[in-house]
Design a binder for this molecule. Structure first.
Ligand SMILES: *Cc1c(COP(=O)(O)O)cnc(C)c1O
Length: 237
């Protein structure tokens, strides 16, 4: 079953609170239906491009875990938001370039897009230098799409071992973004299998259109933007 949430482009602040509640209930229902505990699934509210008032509304409603896909945009918004809401936690869900790594480590609480050896090595060095050790998720390009980042499935086991054993990164799990035009469950199942055989617990998968399916396949965190905050400005992913 696909999400029954149909956010309006004109979401108001009240809508954000209602949407949050509806998404939380849908998460709980999907978890229960899968024989899992609702508390095993974290809702990551994806705040990219959204008007700041909507993000504040979610924070004021008590929501704590947020996702951003661009370091610079996050830097413009989150220092002030974190100061006002100290329990807020921020996850990077977009590609991380080497030249923004230091700033990302300073601002974010988790990096969900560890996708290549050079980045993993640079993160390990930055963690050692700063003493900050962010939770890491390894992004897997389950659809093997050339334009998408992520380690290829065939290279995932070796990369996970390098990150965890050689570089000592705090690897909490795996993350994927299935191809838009394919059945997401195939990709969720593949990600779950790679995690299982590597003894990893965390699975970041599922967005507004498919988070209930992802939960059925074991998602421990779902990244939901439009169903919480409304439709984003055109022209941005
Ligand atoms: C934007 C984004 C999301 C949220 O997408 P929605 O369809 O708005 O829920 C989730 N994951 C990633 C990596 C994103 O960039």
């Amino acid at each position: 079953m696909v999400a029954q949430t149909h956010p309006q482009p004109t979401a108001t602040l009240e809508d954000v609170t209602e949407n949050l509640e509806r998404v939380r209930q849908a998460i709980a229902a999907a978890a229960t239906a899968a024989g899992r505990s609702p508390s095993d699934v974290t809702l990551v509210a994806v705040a990219k491009v959204q008007p700041i008032e909507r993000v504040r509304a979610a924070l004021a409603a008590g929501h704590t875990v947020f996702g951003e896909n661009r370091v610079q945009e996050a830097e413009e918004k989150w220092p002030a938001l974190k100061a006002a809401f100290p329990s807020a936690r921020l996850r990077l869900i977009g590609p991380l370039q080497r030249n923004k790594l230091r700033r990302a480590v300073a601002l974010f609480d988790a990096i969900e897009t560890v996708d290549r050896p050079e980045l993993a090595q640079a993160l390990a060095r930055e963690f050692d230098d700063t003493g900050r050790r962010l939770d890491c998720f390894i992004q897997v390009n389950t659809g093997e799409e050339p334009q998408k980042s992520g380690i290829l499935p065939a290279e995932a086991d070796a990369f996970i071992a390098e990150c965890r054993d050689a570089l000592k990164l705090p690897v909490r799990g795996l993350m994927c973004i299935p191809p838009a035009d394919e059945e997401p469950s195939l990709h969720f199942a593949l990600l779950r299998e790679i995690a299982r055989r590597n003894g990893l617990q965390g699975l970041s998968m599922g967005m507004s259109g498919d988070f209930e399916i992802a939960i059925r396949f074991g998602a421990t965190s779902v990244r939901v933007g439009t169903a919480v905050f409304g439709v984003r400005q055109p022209g941005r992913p």
